[in-house]
Design a protein around this ligand. Structure first.
Ligand SMILES: Nc1nc2c(c(=O)[nH]1)N[C@H]1C(S)=C(S)[C@@H](COP(=O)(O)OP(=O)(O)OC[C@H]3O[C@@H](n4cnc5c(=O)[nH]c(N)nc54)[C@H](O)[C@@H]3O)O[C@H]1N2
Ligand SMILES: Nc1nc2c(c(=O)[nH]1)N[C@H]1C(S)=C(S)[C@@H](COP(=O)(O)OP(=O)(O)OC[C@H]3O[C@@H](n4cnc5c(=O)[nH]c(N)nc54)[C@H](O)[C@@H]3O)O[C@H]1N2
Ligand SMILES: [Mo]
Length: 742
């Protein structure tokens, strides 16, 4: 392991070199380059990396280091099939690291677990579907099954999937949003009548200030840096709010700017960088609100015309106490006033946020206070302004639009039911944490997953694994081998599918699928590479054939639908708002924007107005415990770990670093370079994760950082965001224990 401060800007030559290395290690140098040139292009595929929108589909391709890594991981030349699974038992595979599992390459044929030999054996698709269907049809009630979705699934796959699940009879549709931006949806839904962000890329050209709370775009949304760089260059003020000084928020060298690349130049991103303590954002925003009101800088006209509830906010502002605000935020009054001044001097402001805001017990309250602050100055529904929750998975927002939601509205179900002539289940279903708890109690016996890595992405690893092992059946639609396929129920299936970069050939010809990005742009994505194996099926085909095997084809002609995905899209048009003339509108390069009424100041809230919802600070409750945040390194995609170079943070060769301040090291009598165990402190007992390496780091005292998913064992299952259920993975109360040498 080495720790050497990284003194260069984000981007630059190192990001080109790192991409080249990724392509080479997957054995696809020529194919990799050809594939990348089609990423986010009108005739190409949507990058499976992140949900940040594409700038201009007509211009040359936009380079993104971590996009290259995501594409290379899928386009890899490595394959695993029957011979691999004949050689290795599941017990042996379960002892290998996540990184090793992933590195074996693409899965090539459907597999069924055989308990006698403890091996996955090749099986035919028909047999897989018949056996899964038989298990589903044997359950006492459909509510004993849960159907997970990860956010890479296309709109077409997601639409068919939720239709199948509801025809089968349940709303148990947990998804990765439950672990991610759920709090954003809950908060904004109540206040603005829509759970989605209201801004588009054009607003980034017109804003005068951008605030970025709890998000690390340099690693997780690298293309966003291009947008921030352009904004900074034209004088827009950028304020970063993060306990860590993330390099991408400080300086950026655009790999596509010949001048910057050749001259060694770079662009400063944040003009102001605040380092609150973990969870200090609510106090910071309370302080900023207080300033706006005390200084009389609110937009009274907008407030009178469009909002309700400002009185409560005023009272809260008056009552808020600066010493409490300073103590909880870890920032001085002067720093908070400086941020408030930038906010008040700007006529159009965008607030971006990520997991540093959503994965907290009080995340809904924090986001509602952020939206209050925007509303106070009329910064919703005007050019250059608005909320911008930056989504993770490339189609996580689209999957929700398609109805992947455990709490569907009556209006949605009414329309689905009348379009397909059935009575959808009304009872709300289980989210991710709810599903795990139900498996634990034996109330859910089947987990079917459309993508993702349920066993590794979820909290409370030991409990979750025990819960999964109680299941009667676990089945995963997937591209690669991962942990979830090895933590199995009595029956288990691996159903390998095409990736987004691959050609999807059906009876009616090669098919494209659609996705919706973080700014509500819907567009088509067409694979260009030959499939990793002839035996793969597309995700829509897997869903359709499972549905046909489980429910028959009287009500829905599943197999006919997947002959030509235009037919699926015609049904989407018939069931979901905003998709009129869906197939025709996809012909426009770049696709179309899904209307968000809040962007036009049409408030679909109770009361028909935008709502201020005030949340007071609460005394902080965790006593002396250290607060641990679990973050992504630069070299991973969620549970997929590419390598151990967290380049911008200067940490290499270690997946278990524990970032800790010099103050805490001294206070605890510990030294950088020592190995320690982490123990999380919760009402129902302690949880442990072992063998972390202390790394002295610029982080507020009392706070720690380590990587996800190595730390998920520490996240208590019931430590979740109030009203959103998102695991509070950014604020785990922990203690450090020296490892006993023995
Ligand atoms: N290359 C790559 N791209 C990705 C992903 C990936 O793993 N790799 N994942 C995708 C997914 S699903 C998602 S959701 C996004 C995630 O993208 P991010 O939201 O950037 O996710 P995290 O790495 O979890 O980073 C959270 C940031 O919040 C900061 N933070 C933590 N706690 C607090 C807090 O209390 N207050 C404040 N102000 N900041 C805090 C951390 O220091 C860190 O910089 O990225 C997507 N894109
Ligand atoms: N402690 C902690 N836990 C977290 C987080 C955190 O910050 N801290 N972040 C949370 C967040 S924001 C999220 S979104 C979740 C992510 O949770 P998931 O979405 O469940 O996990 P991923 O790691 O993105 O899933 C990776 C797997 O998806 C499969 N895959 C890849 N491409 C495809 C495809 O095209 N089709 C199919 N069917 N499968 C494919 C591969 O098998 C790969 O192993 O994790 C959450 N967990
Ligand atoms: Mo996410």
């Amino acid at each position: 392991m080495s720790k050497r401060p990284y003194n260069k800007p984000a981007g630059g030559w190192d990001s080109l070199i790192s991409s080249l290395r990724a392509v080479r290690s997957e054995g696809i140098v020529g194919k990799g380059a050809r594939t990348m040139l089609k990423a986010n292009r009108p005739q190409g595929f949507d990058c499976p990396g992140c949900a940040w929108p594409d700038r201009n589909p007509h211009s040359t391709f936009e380079f993104c280091e971590n996009g290259v890594k995501a594409v290379a991981a899928e386009a890899t030349a490595k394959r695993i099939g029957a011979a691999f699974f004949a050689e290795h038992t599941v017990s042996w595979l379960a002892q290998q690291s996540d990184q090793w599992l992933e590195a074996q390459g693409r899965l090539t044929e459907p597999l069924r677990y055989d308990p006698d030999s403890d091996r996955y054996l090749p099986s035919s698709w028909d047999q897989c579907f018949e056996q899964i269907a038989a298990q589903l049809n044997a359950l006492d009630t459909p509510h004993r099954a849960a159907f997970y979705t990860s956010g890479r699934a296309s709109n077409e796959a997601a639409f068919l999937y939720q239709l199948f699940v509801r025809l089968y009879g349940t709303n148990n549709l947990p998804d990765c949003s439950n672990l991610c931006h759920e709090a954003s949806g809950v908060a904004m839904g109540e206040q603005l009548g829509s759970g989605k962000g209201t801004v588009t890329l054009d607003d980034f050209e017109r804003c005068e200030a951008i605030f970025i709370f709890g998000q690390n775009p340099g690693s997780n949304h690298p293309r966003m840096l291009g947008e921030l760089r352009a904004a900074a260059k034209r004088g827009c003020r950028i304020v970063a709010v993060n306990p860590l000084r993330e390099r991408g928020l400080e300086r950026f060298t655009h790999p596509q700017s010949p001048i910057e690349m050749l001259s060694g130049g770079s662009t400063a991103i944040a003009s102001t960088y605040l380092n609150p303590r973990i969870g200090g954002d609510l106090a910071l925003v309370t302080g900023m609100l207080k300033c706006v009101l005390d200084w009389g800088e609110q937009d009274d006209e907008f407030i009178a015309a469009h909002t309700t509830g400002v009185e409560q906010l005023r009272k809260l502002g008056e009552a808020a106490d600066w010493s409490e605000i300073e103590a909880q935020s870890g920032l001085s009054r002067a720093q908070i006033e400086q941020a408030a001044r930038i906010y008040c001097d700007s006529r159009a402001t965008i607030f971006c946020w990520g997991m540093g805001i959503t994965q907290h017990a009080r995340s809904v309250a924090t986001i509602q206070m952020l939206v209050n602050l925007l509303l106070l100055r009329g910064n919703v529904g005007k050019p250059g302004a608005g909320p911008c929750p930056v989504r993770g998975h490339s189609n996580v927002q689209g999957d929700r639009t398609m109805g992947i939601y455990e709490k569907p509205s009556d209006a949605f179900l009414d329309r689905l039911g009348s379009h397909f002539d059935f009575t959808p289940p009304r009872e709300h279903g289980l989210d991710v944490v709810g599903s795990i708890a139900a498996m634990e109690r034996g109330e859910v016996e089947v987990l079917f997953a459309l993508g993702g890595n349920f066993a590794a992405a979820t909290p409370d690893t030991r409990r979750t694994h025990a819960a999964l092992r109680r299941c009667r059946l676990t089945a995963h639609v997937t591209t690669k081998l991962n942990r979830s396929h090895l933590v199995l129920g009595a029956n288990a299936f691996i159903l390998p599918c095409l990736g987004r970069t691959e050609i999807d050939q059906q009876v009616g010809g090669a098919q494209g699928v659609t996705v919706e990005d973080s700014m509500s742009m819907v567009h088509i994505s067409s694979g260009i590479n030959p499939p990793a194996s002839d035996l793969l099926l597309s995700e829509p085909a897997i869903v359709a054939r499972l549905a046909a095997a489980t429910l028959g084809e009287e009500q829905v002609r599943w197999r006919w639908l997947i002959e030509d995905y235009d037919r699926i899209r015609d049904h989407i048009e018939g069931c979901i708002d905003g998709f009129g003339r869906f197939n025709q509108r996809l012909q426009t390069p770049g696709g179309f924007h899904l209307r968000n009424p809040a962007r036009e100041r049409e408030w679909r809230t109770t009361g028909g107005r935008a709502r201020f919802i005030a949340h007071a600070l609460q005394p902080s409750g965790n006593g002396d415990a250290l607060q641990l945040m679990t973050v992504r390194s630069h070299d991973q995609y969620n549970t997929t770990v590419y390598g151990d170079a967290d380049r911008y943070r200067g940490i290499r060769g270690e997946r278990r670093p524990l970032m800790i301040s010099a103050t805490d090291l001294q206070r605890l009598g510990l030294q950088s370079g020592e190995r320690v165990d982490l123990v999380s402190l919760w009402h129902d007992g302690e949880r442990r994760a072992e063998d972390f390496l202390l790394v002295e780091y610029a982080i507020p005292p009392g706070n720690l950082a380590a990587y996800f998913p190595e730390t998920n064992a520490l996240v208590p299952l019931d430590h979740v965001a109030e009203r959103a259920g998102t695991p509070a993975s950014k604020a785990i109360p922990v203690r450090i224990e020296r490892r006993s040498v023995g």
